[in-house]
Ligand binder design. Sequence first.
Ligand code: FAD
Length: 275
Amino acid sequence: MVENPYLPKLAKIEAIKEETVDTRTFKIKILDEKVRNSFNFTPGQFVELTVFGYGEAPFSITSSPYEHENFSITVRRMGNVTRGLFRLKEGDIIGVRGPFGRGWPIEKIKGNDILIVGGGIGLAPLKPLIEYIILQRRLFNNVILFYGAKTPKDIIYKELFDIWKQYINVELTVDFAEKDWGGHSGPVTVLFKNFKLESNNIYSVQCGPPIMMHFVTRQLLSMRMEPEKIYFSLERNMKCGMGFCGKCMTGGRYVCREGPVFNYSEVKNFLETPV
Ligand SMILES: Cc1cc2nc3c(=O)[nH]c(=O)nc-3n(C[C@H](O)[C@H](O)[C@H](O)COP(=O)(O)OP(=O)(O)OC[C@H]3O[C@@H](n4cnc5c(N)ncnc54)[C@H](O)[C@@H]3O)c2cc1C
């Protein structure tokens, strides 16, 4: 019998972690063992999550691809579905479809330097890539993470940066520094002050608010990084996640199926803010 691809699989919220005042990480376990065992994803892919009685929305998978019993998503409270999700408790049941989409170009970036740029909750789809790189560290050259948040209180995954620093270079900045903040302040582009493009063997991957990706891309292009080596994850309103409904179609492309990860030369003609 052909399975209905719109039918979500039941899953349980195993744990909820408060990241910031409006952002939580949900650890999720798919109930059916067979479905759970076949749930494999690559960093940058997403799931469609159903909160019963509220609706369905896409969320990036944020756990390591090496974790098999559970997976995690990090969610900022915005509107209907996320409000419903924030009302749930550990043990409550949700629905999951996926994983969907084209993730980060892992095979292409192997053997190269990598500049990872994240802004705010945009670090969520980058985290599984960072964890993949750390576990396969010898397959990658220099790896740098630039991460920016509005204030120190808005930084997500706070406990992970010291661990990541043992394997990759990590620089943080906040738009609005507070008294005890000893780090950089200003938009994420301030971190480019001491950054030089030393070779052509470098890829950049980024996810954050559109304004951040606009200025970071402009910066990278001005440093002569090749457009094919500048990757982003694009968040667009989407519904089915499988390239059927057309809701996410932008510039003739299904963001859900052909993306959400694209390189600059693939999307430059349909980005709202021309770089
Ligand atoms: C591939 C992909 C991955 C995503 N990953 C994450 C993630 O990891 N964490 C996370 O918190 N969110 C993520 N999102 C966004 C998420 O799917 C929801 O759109 C968002 O949480 C709002 O849903 P809601 O039902 O709570 O709000 P709604 O009631 O739908 O809307 C609240 C407001 O947000 C606007 N809005 C809704 N969706 C979008 C959108 N995609 N882009 C721009 N504006 C929108 C609405 O127009 C409205 O103004 C992702 C989206 C995509 C497409």
